[in-house]
Design a protein around this ligand. Structure first.
Ligand code: SF4
Length: 488
């Protein structure tokens, strides 16, 4: 993936808009999952109040993370598991490599995990000479294609079955087919050997519970259960915010997670894991390690404007309703997390200035908040990020508006505070309109406004100002200025 810069987002978004296959795939996923999630919420016997309750219990957990994480770690360690608190991505990767060497691991199978994408785990393990196999079908497809996931829960949503058929023919040596059942069976047969030969299973963690001391994994394919029980060692990664205080809270979140993620009442496979296999258990790993990752989350926790972002349970419901994600897809965001959640969390984790296009690119329509199972106010935080970028904030690397922008808006503010100057400027603009608007070509004549006028016509300044019209005839009922047929 190229380094993420403003230009990449814009170029990648433009390329995505031209990709007819991607447009069909995005419309399909949003057409199915968006309305499906809304229907699944309506189905809740507690109604919308449950989402609000989930928000409150998540906020309480986030505000008590230090206590809850210690409790979780103590309970896992009491069962013989190992818990490592990683301050950074590099620290988490270093611990993973230590585990690999300690247990003499050669082959790794993985369940889908966005946190391991965030820390770049696969590349680090492969650089160590290990074989790493993704076992979620979508992740397996993007891994074979040498790509990254484009959706949090549907990683290969950007691929058609014909593309998958050609990929499997090339990589798995099978005859070409675009039959989904045959493709799935081929993946299953290939993955089965990897499961049986692996020394280490790596998973993420959808939720955790401090009261019981367990992590929870959720899947619809059963692959995570196999990846975490067949190999000798299980290494799990969790963002430090994922813990719930009580089992009762955890179960509310689990119900909402399934609805938000896939419009289901419950996922097909839910596993609670609290350590290595106990002496009387037939299945399970000999060793269990949990890495609890900070990697910028403490900074989010410390800022009351953004703390709410740590309530996120990464269900992807906001992606499935976002009009921007629905047009540009996940890769255009250029980072692990895409859609509205990515537009907030990526700048917070990786640089408010560097990722400015992400939060400026969202529409603030509010659909994400409506879809979020824990009622996170993403639009408010998108605005907070824009405010930081304009006003500057050294704590978040917000550099403030450019000199040109400050000059432009400063001049506008000065003019509106000085009526005589404002009237003179409007009079000049009204005369200039005759030159600028020849053939309606204003957009081509104003390069400084090209970002706006490339795709929109800027109406020319009216010949008669509103002020003059008002003075002349306060009862004037003609259409608004600039509207077709209005008095000019
Ligand atoms: S912000 Fe809400 S809807 Fe989006 S991924 Fe997080 S929990 Fe799901």
């Amino acid at each position: 993936m190229p380094p993420i810069q403003r230009e990449n987002y814009r170029a990648a978004a433009r390329a995505a808009l031209r990709d007819a296959t991607l447009q069909r795939a995005l419309a399909d996923v949003q057409g199915r999952l968006g309305p499906g999630t809304a229907a699944a919420y309506r189905d809740l016997k507690e109604g919308p109040a449950l989402r609000r309750q989930a928000h409150d219990l998540r906020m309480r957990a986030v505000e008590n993370l230090d206590i809850l994480l210690e409790r979780l770690a103590d309970r896992i360690e009491a069962r013989g598991g190992h818990v490592h608190f990683a301050a950074t991505a590099a620290d988490a990767v270093a611990y993973a490599l230590k585990v690999v060497r300690q247990h003499d691991v050669r082959r790794v199978v993985k369940g889908k995990s966005m946190v391991t994408e965030e820390i770049g785990l696969n590349a680090a393990l492969e650089a160590e000479g290990l074989t790493v196999t993704e076992t979620d079908l979508g992740e397996y497809i993007v891994q074979l294609a040498g790509e990254h996931p484009s959706h949090i829960i549907a990683p290969a949503i950007h691929k058609t079955r014909a593309q998958v058929g050609r990929l499997f023919a090339e990589k798995l040596g099978m005859a070409y087919t675009d039959d989904p059942a045959k493709l799935t069976w081929a993946a299953r047969a290939a993955l089965r050997q990897h499961f049986l030969n692996a020394d280490l299973g790596v998973s993420g963690c959808n939720l955790a519970c401090a009261e019981t001391g367990h992590i929870t994994t959720v899947s619809n394919e059963g692959n995570i259960r196999m990846a975490t029980t067949l190999p000798r060692v299980h290494l799990a990664f969790m963002g430090m915010e994922r813990v719930a205080a009580r089992l009762e809270d955890h179960d509310i979140l689990l119900r909402l997670l399934a609805r938000g993620a896939a419009a289901q009442r419950m996922a097909g496979y839910v596993s609670y894991i609290g350590g290595p296999a106990a002496g009387d258990q037939a299945d399970g790993p000999e060793a269990f390690h949990l890495v609890i990752l900070d990697n910028g989350r403490s900074r989010i926790l410390a800022d009351a404007r953004f703390r709410e972002m740590l309530c996120c349970i990464r269900c992807a419901a906001c992606l499935n309703v976002c009009p921007v994600y629905g047009k540009i897809g996940g890769h255009a965001y250029g980072a692990t997390y895409s859609g509205p959640v990515g537009a907030v969390v990526t700048p917070l984790l990786s640089g408010v200035h560097r990722f400015a296009d992400l939060y400026h690119g969202e529409t603030l329509c509010g659909a994400c908040k409506e879809a979020c199972p824990v009622d996170i106010d993403l639009p408010r935080m998108l605005l907070e990020l824009r405010a930081i970028q304009v006003a500057g904030d050294a704590a978040w690397e917000g550099r403030g508006a450019s000199a040109r922008e400050r000059l432009f808006y400063g001049a506008g503010a000065f003019m509106t505070c000085h009526p005589a100057l404002y009237r003179t400027a409007m009079g000049l603009a009204s005369r200039a309109r005759k030159v600028w608007s020849l053939n309606g070509a204003l957009r081509r004549r104003t390069p400084v406004l090209a970002g706006w006028t490339r795709t929109r016509e800027l109406p020319p300044v009216a010949a008669t100002s509103f002020r003059k019209r008002w003075q002349k005839d306060p009862e004037d009922k003609s259409p608004r200025f600039g509207a077709p047929g209005g008095k000019r």
